[in-house]
Each structure stands twice: as C-alpha cells, then as structure tokens.
Design a protein around this ligand. Structure first.
Ligand code: PLP
Length: 461
C-alpha cells in the first residue's frame, strides 16, 4: 500500500501528481510514460482559460474535450445544478415516472434538432448514445420483420466511443487491436480525407468517389442485410476531417436508394460547433437518428441523447413493445437541468449565429493568415470553430513525416509549455475552442499556434 499523505516538504502539485500516479489510471494514456513525468494538475477555469496548480494561465483551444462550448464558470449552468440538487438530486425514468428536467430537456432538444427528430432517448456519454443507436437500429428492422437487416456500416478512422459497441462501429485501428473481438456484422469503408488520401482527384470528384464506396459496400454485403450507415458530419477525433461538399449529399442519396437508415454521430459537431445547431444542418444531411453529448451540457454534467425521427420512433413505440434498454442515470435530473439551462443560454446569447456569422469565419481566416507561410503547415480544414491542420515535412511536395505522430506530439508539448491547449492526432493538430471565444482571444490563440509551430519547426530541423 502506497502512502498518500502529503509530506511537509512537498508542494501541492507534487503531492497530487504522486497520489495520481499511485492510484489514478487515466483514459487513453500510456500510464508508465505519464507517471515518469507527472500529470499537469488543472485547478480552475474561467471563460476560455484554465489554470494549472502552478498558476499558469492556459488558453483552452480544445474546450476541454470538445465540450465546454459555453466556456468555463457560467453561473447560469452552475446555479441550475445547485437548484436541482436542492430540489431532487435523483430519480429514475424506468418505472412509469418522469422528472421535470428530463421532460423539459427532451422538448428543448426537439426544438433545435432538424426535421422530425423529435423523440429523445437519454444516456450519459457519447459511447452509450452510440450503443443506443446500434441497439435501436437493429431492433427497428427486427420489428419491421427484417431481422437479417442488421449490418452497420461505419468508416475507417471514425470515432464513436470506447464501449464495445462504439469501438466496433468506430474505425480506429489501434483500438481494434486491444480488447477484442468486437461486434460482428459491422463493416467499414474508407474515410473522405481529401488532403491525405485523394491522390490527383479534385475535392468534388474525391467526395463522390468516397461516398460511392458506401454503395459498393452495400452491394457487396447485400442491401437486404444493411441496416444503417453511421458517420460524424466532420470526423473530430480522427483529426478533424472535413468531407468535400459532394460527399454527404451522395451518401444521403445512396442510403435512400437502398432503404438504409442514416445516423449522424453529432457528439462533437452538435450544439453549434460548425455554425449550425448540428453538423447535419451544415452539411445538408437529413439523418434518421442522431447521437449527441458533450456540448449538450457544455460538459458541465455527463449527459447524452439519441434523437430519433418519426419513422423509427413511431414503429418502435407503436409496434415494438418494451424496449429493454436504458441506464440508471438516463435523463439524470441534475444533468438534465444543466443541459436545459445550457440550451436556453445558447438561444439567449444567439451563440449559433455568432459562430456562423462572426467568430467562426474570423477564426478560420485568422488561423489561415497566421500560418500562411509556416513551413510545417500542409493544409488547414475546418468549419465554424473546429479546425484540423496537417503538419508536413514538405508542403510543396506534400510529403508527410515518416514516423507519424512524433512531430504532432512535439508540437502539442510546445503548446502546453506556452500556455495553449491544442491536441495532436498523429501529425494533425486540432482546435475546437469554446464557442464564446472573443475576437481578441482568437487573436491570442492564433498567435500562440504560430509561435508553437515555429518552435516545433526549430525542434525538427
Ligand atoms: N462519438 C463521437 C463522434 C465522439 O467524438 C465521441 C468522443 O469524443 C464519442 C462518440 C464518445 O463519447 P464519450 O467519450 O462521451 O463516450
């Protein structure tokens, strides 16, 4: 048993790092490598900034983990949690009971979802929402008398969470190598990564080609066996891969042609990130179902949801009987109260319009301006307040680094040392700041990005 007592000579950072290293097993982390240097201890947040235990102020270019959309320290969200904790900290929604926050939140979500996605099922994380999608979609086809229509098609390099269902549907090679075997009857097609994988094709042609890979897969499997296609409007955790404009309309056409459900995983794109309430609206997708999490509560409380359109919902509600699925904390009243306050605050402050018309275009333009002559910058893609930047060895020759991930990690470390949180996905640097970021803060963010890219260049030269 390790001693966790804080010794007199140890400062707070060292004490927390030691306790953390002794007992805390971090997600998606090489724990041995982390413990050899100690985790940075984040102690406070305000607006677009967080502070570590050493007093360093850091601009959060990732909004936590793509989630603190309304920024840190919002009194409206904190008060909503406090009030709900006082009134009713918990009740469930299993036994023919409801709670006010869950009912009101379902209505609030339905007020911003596109089309007829009016039926809301609650879970706690994005992964659970994705698992809910999988079970709901397969159950739908079974109730429709087509149980053999149960194959789901996802994409390579897609991220749909880390439960068995989410990992199976996702296309992360490294994840598939651990903890399997994964779910059967799941197929993956190539991602629509134009800059990295298109060869000589222009964006329009490549978008169509990438979408038609879905049709090929459907024909290979047999349309009578394919239940749904699932994709993130923009692949976030895969490195912010923005599909060409031709991609989603063609995917939509193919799904309709073969009577295959289309599910959008909006866990990152939802709640304003791309300049619409949902990424589906930015890209003209008309999904049958959508998963959402993160920005739903601005990350203040863990809560997720699946929004279901009339076709699937009416079938399951009218003909499906009891749906044997749900979680103790589905629609947790405190999380739901915070999410209600979050959506109302977003509406009140017109945050989606701000991202679409003002700060999103400004951010995209400033980022391109500061990196225009930066030699490591191969390509920038993004929409609204999300962006991905490919780091390359030679931008003219479009030559990537051989040992993928090394330069990205180096760059990420320079960012941290210089008061900026930016994430590396291989050699792609990604940004997803809080939606409430000001122009002045965008300027500061972009200046830091430039500085850290230059430091990275010095390190690799
Ligand atoms: N789906 C997408 C598109 C995501 O980006 C994520 C997380 O980043 C998930 C699902 C999983 O969400 P969670 O980590 O809340 O389980």
């Amino acid at each position: 048993m390790q001693s966790n007592a804080v010794t007199q000579t140890e400062n707070l950072t060292a004490a927390i790092q030691r306790i953390d290293a002794n007992h805390h097993w971090h997600p998606f982390t090489d724990t041995a490598a982390l413990n050899s240097k100690g985790a940075r201890v984040i102690v406070r947040g305000e607006g677009v900034y967080v502070w570590d235990s050493e007093g360093n102020r850091i601009i959060d270019g990732m909004a936590g983990l793509w989630c603190v959309n309304m920024g840190y320290g919002r009194k409206e969200l904190i008060d909503a949690a406090k009030q709900q904790l006082d009134e009713l900290p918990y009740y469930n929604h299993f036994f023919q009971t409801t709670t006010t926050p869950a009912a009101v939140l379902a209505q609030e979500i339905a007020s911003v979802t596109p089309g007829d996605l009016n039926h809301i099922f609650f879970a706690n994380s994005g992964s659970e929402a994705v698992d809910t999608l999988i079970r709901m979609i397969r159950h739908y086809w079974a109730v429709e008398g087509k149980p053999e229509k149960n194959v789901l098609i996802g994409r390579k390099n897609a991220y749909h969470g880390s439960t068995i269902g989410g990992t199976s549907l996702g296309g992360m090679g490294a994840m598939h190598k651990q903890g399997g075997p994964y779910l059967p009857n799941i197929e993956h097609i190539d991602q629509p990564y134009w800059y990295g994988e298109a060869g000589d094709l222009d964006e329009e042609a490549f978008g169509l080609k990438a979408a038609r890979a879905l049709e090929e897969k459907i024909l290979e499997v047999g349309p009578e066996k394919v239940a749904a296609f699932i994709g993130e409007p923009i692949q976030g955790a895969g490195g912010v891969i923005v599909p060409p404009a031709s991609y989603w309309p063609e995917i939509q056409r193919i799904c309709r042609k073969y009577d295959i459900l289309l599910a959008a995983d909006e866990v990152i794109c939802g709640f304003g990130r791309t300049g619409s309430w949902f990424g589906s609206q930015t890209f003209g997708i008309e999904p049958d179902l959508m998963s959402m999490a993160k920005g739903l509560s601005s990350g203040y409380m863990p809560i997720s949801a699946v929004a279901v359109g009339d076709r699937v919902a009416n079938c399951l509600i009218e003909k499906g009987g009891e749906f044997f699925h749900g979680f103790t904390y589905s629609g947790h009243p405190v999380a739901a109260a915070v999410a209600v306050a979050n959506i109302r605050l977003m509406k009140q402050e017109k945050v989606v319009d701000y991202v679409a018309d003002d700060i999103g275009p400004y951010f995209q333009q400033q980022l391109r301006a500061v990196l225009a002559d930066q030699p490591l910058t191969g390509h920038i893609e993004g929409a609204g307040l999300v962006a991905g930047i490919a780091l390359v060895k030679d931008r003219e020759a479009k030559q990537f680094f051989a040992d993928e991930g090394t330069v990205g990690t180096l760059c990420r470390d320079h960012c941290f040392e210089n008061g900026l949180i930016m994430r590396a996905v291989g050699d792609r640097m990604v940004l997803s700041p809080p939606l409430v970021i000001s122009r002045k803060e965008v300027d500061e963010l972009c200046a830091k990005v430039r500085k850290c890219f230059d430091l990275t260049l010095d390190s690799v030269r």
